[in-house]
Design a protein around this ligand. Structure first.
Ligand SMILES: Cc1ncc(COP(=O)(O)O)c(C=O)c1O
Length: 397
């Protein structure tokens, strides 16, 4: 039976590893040797859980969405990561990694960001811990997620707009890695998803696994069972999904359905449906599925959602899809938008456009009345209001 744990070389099946420039060997090796020791240290655990409780506001509620359940003929629960401090699941990871960076004696933090949620979460913990913070963000994302850029600056971070490639998440990550190579001694790179060289995918999955730890307890309180029939989450690099499924992976009765971004349609040439379209390749230090041309050039992705607009996917998710432990559906811009407006009207919750892709799964599956579905509502929609207003105006003519 599969355990789905990373092996000692950092692989999930054929995916993962650490493909890095020589200048970073020592740095990444030190992290690899120390991360489990630090994460499992009782003092780290105490600091991490105290901050999750008193600063982030955990546990995040598991909310029974009555009207949504009625509409889709099943029992739908929303895991409310949107209610966390800074508005998304990203803070679970940045709290953990900044504590780790401190323990490793680092003084300067860098990060990449797409939707700006990871950038805000990083700038927030840097303010909290008095660390210098430098954020890389594609210029296109700087424009479409302006509110988050203002927040990062207000929190004291330096935000660098990146103008290479199609000026989105991939390009921001390239720049962050370049910075890291130039400053390997004092700088710690807080990666925002289950991507990058080993041990990052495993470390980020562990730090986000608090989501599924809480779901088990909360579902037992509400349904007298710890195990749902379905878990649904969106995947950009894969961190909210990894956190949602982590403690259920070895429960074969749990159906895992993940939503990637189909953009304007899987075959439109404008999508970020990496698992559907990707082939084996190496991106940002990891061997994984990657959208690429015949001759191996990375293809520029597209999605309305900055957080899902990435041509790669975390190696855990490539492995889960390949071994059919997860089912991956591609949700188009328009389907995600419909789902966002539906949730807003039915439940009074405006979701992040990323999370709306997970909600888009509801229309694509048939559920039974007694089945329990848990959807990770990874973030709130404040940052997407400009997009929603524009679409609403267009739709209303
Ligand atoms: C609210 C929200 N959900 C999901 C994602 C996608 O990231 P991941 O797949 O790592 O959860 C992002 C990324 O920025 C995000 O901001």
């Amino acid at each position: 039976m599969h355990t789905y744990n990373v092996d000692q070389n950092g692989y999930y099946g054929e995916f993962g590893g650490a493909y890095i420039p020589e200048i970073l060997y020592e740095n990444v090796d030190l992290l690899k040797k120390n991360y489990l020791k630090i994460l499992e240290d009782p003092e780290f655990q105490k600091d991490y859980h105290n901050l999750l409780r008193d600063y982030v506001g955990r546990p995040s509620p598991l909310y029974f969405a009555k009207k949504l359940s009625h509409k889709y003929g099943c029992k739908i629960y929303l895991k409310r990561e949107d209610l966390n401090h800074t508005g998304a699941h990203k803070i679970n990871n940045t709290i953990g990694q900044i504590l780790l960076a401190q323990k490793m004696g680092k003084t300067r933090i860098i990060a990449e960001t797409g939707a700006g949620q990871h950038g805000v979460a990083t700038a927030t913990v840097c303010a909290l811990m008095n660390m210098k913070c430098v954020i890389y963000m594609g210029k296109v994302d700087v424009e479409r997620q302006r509110l988050n850029v203002e927040k990062m600056q207000m929190l004291g971070a330096e935000v660098n707009p990146v103008t290479s490639g199609n000026m989105t998440l991939k390009d921001a990550t390239n720049e962050a890695i370049r910075d890291w190579c130039s400053n390997p001694i004092d700088t710690y790179y807080i990666i925002g998803s289950t991507v990058g060289p080993h041990p990052y995918p495993d470390m980020v999955a562990r730090l986000q696994s608090v989501i599924s730890e809480e779901i088990r307890k909360q579902l037992f309180e509400k349904e007298h069972r710890e195990i749902p029939d379905y878990l649904i989450a969106c995947v950009g690099g894969g961190s909210n999904a990894a956190g949602t499924i982590y403690h259920f992976l070895n429960e074969p009765s749990v159906n895992i359905v993940l939503a990637e971004a189909a953009g304007k349609g899987i075959n439109s040439g404008e999508s970020a449906a990496t698992i559907h379209l990707g082939k084996l390749g190496i991106i940002h230090g990891s061997k994984t599925l990657l959208m690429q041309s015949e001759d191996g050039q990375i293809e520029e992705p597209y999605s309305i959602s900055a957080g899902l607009d990435y041509p790669g996917i975390g190696p855990l998710h490539a492995h889960l899809a390949k071994t059919k432990r997860s089912e991956v559906l591609a949700i188009a811009d328009e389907e995600a938008l419909d789902a966002a407006f539906e949730l807003t009207r039915l439940e009074g919750i405006i979701p992040a456009i990323e999370s709306a892709h997970a909600l888009g799964v509801l229309k694509k599956k048939k559920f039974k009345k007694e089945e329990v579905i848990v959807i990770c509502l990874s973030g709130r929609g404040d940052k997407d209001m400009e997009t929603y207003i524009k679409i609403q105006k267009k739709r209303n003519g």
